[in-house]
Design a protein around this ligand. Structure first.
Ligand SMILES: [Zn+2]
Ligand SMILES: [Zn+2]
Length: 276
C-alpha cells in the first residue's frame, strides 16, 4: 500500500500544480479548539470554508458525555457554548455558507436520552458515529487504541458500530477502519468482521466515511487498502471527511489524495448529507 500511496501522492501533486483537480465543496467532519487537541475557533473554520468557496460546513467536534467520562473531547460545560456559537455563526454567515451544527460521538448503549436531547432539544443538525470507544461486554468500555489485542476484537468493535448505526441517531460512520491503528494482519477473523460491517451498511444503505486524517498521520493504518477494496465491491455510499484539527486541514493534500484515490477505486462517493 505504501508504494501505491507514494506514487499517488506524487501524481496528485502534479495534478494540483496543473490546476486539474476539482475540489469538494463540503465537509461534515470539522473539529475546533474546544476539544483541547485541535486549533482554531469555529469562526476561523467558517472563514476558511468561505475562502475555499465551500457550499457546506458541518461542525462536528468531539462531544462530551455527561460527567465527562471520556477524554480527548470538549468539556460537558462547554457543550452549550459550542452549540450557541455554531448557531450564531450559522445565522451571521447564512448568505455565504450553509453551516450545520453537528457532533462526533461514540454510541454507548444507555445514553439514548442524551443523543435525543442533542438532536431534539439542543438543535443539533446531525451526529456522526466515531467508535473510538466501544462496549466490550456489559461493563467494560474498550478503547480502540489501547484495548484491541487480536483481530477477534474487531468483531466486537464492528458489532458496536452496527448497534450505533441501527439507532438512527447518526448520519454516518466515521473512520470505520480505525481499528487498523493496531496494525492487524488481514486474517479470517478480521475479514469476517469487515464482511459483517459491510453487509450491514449495504442493507441500510449506510454512509461510511473515508477519513483523510488517517493519511495525515503518515502511517499505513487507515484508510486501509483491504477495507476500501471490499467497500469498492459494493454500492455503499462513501463520504470523504477532512476530520480537520487545524484550519489548514479543511482542504489540504490529504483531502486531494482522498478524493482522487476514492474516485480511482470506484467508490460510490457522495458529498452532501440530507439534513432536515
Ligand atoms: Zn480529534
Ligand atoms: Zn473527528
Amino acid at each position: 500500500m505504501d508504494v501505491s500511496w507514494n506514487s499517488c501522492i506524487k501524481r496528485h501533486r502534479e495534478n494540483i500544480l496543473d490546476g486539474r483537480v476539482k475540489k469538494m465543496k463540503t465537509n461534515y467532519h470539522t473539529h475546533n479548539e474546544l476539544c483541547g487537541h485541535a486549533g482554531g475557533t469555529i469562526e476561523e473554520y467558517v472563514k476558511k470554508a468561505i475562502e475555499l468557496e465551500f457550499d457546506v460546513l458541518g461542525m462536528s467536534d468531539h462531544l462530551p458525555f455527561p460527567g465527562d467520562a471520556f477524554g480527548m473531547r470538549m468539556k460537558f460545560e462547554d457543550l452549550k457554548t459550542y452549540a450557541d456559537e455554531t448557531k450564531r455563526l450559522k445565522k451571521a454567515y447564512k448568505n455565504k455558507l450553509r453551516i450545520y451544527l453537528g457532533g462526533e460521538a461514540e454510541y454507548i448503549p444507555g445514553y439514548e436520552k442524551y443523543y435525543e436531547q442533542l438532536l431534539n432539544k439542543m438543535g443539533f443538525d446531525y451526529l456522526i458515529l466515531g467508535q473510538h470507544f466501544y462496549m466490550n461486554g456489559m461493563y467494560y468500555c474498550a478503547n480502540v487504541y489501547d484495548d484491541m489485542k487480536t483481530t477477534k476484537d474487531v468483531m466486537t468493535y464492528a458489532k458496536s458500530a452496527m448497534q450505533g448505526m441501527a439507532t438512527g441517531y447518526f448520519a454516518y460512520l466515521a473512520h470505520p477502519d480505525l481499528f487498523f491503528v493496531n496494525d492487524f494482519k488481514v486474517d479470517r477473523q478480521l475479514k469476517k468482521a469487515v464482511d459483517y460491517l459491510l453487509n450491514e451498511s449495504t442493507k441500510r444503505n449506510y454512509i461510511l466515511e473515508w477519513n483523510a486524517n488517517g493519511l495525515r498521520r503518515l502511517t499505513t493504518s487507515y484508510p486501509n487498502a483491504y477495507f476500501w477494496e471490499e467497500v469498492a465491491k459494493t454500492n455503499i455510499p462513501v463520504i470523504i471527511g477532512a476530520d480537520c484539527h487545524s484550519v489548514d486541514n479543511l482542504y489540504d493534500w490529504a483531502m486531494e489524495i482522498s478524493e482522487k484515490k476514492a474516485k480511482e477505486m470506484g467508490l460510490h462517493v457522495i458529498d452532501h448529507l440530507e439534513i432536515k
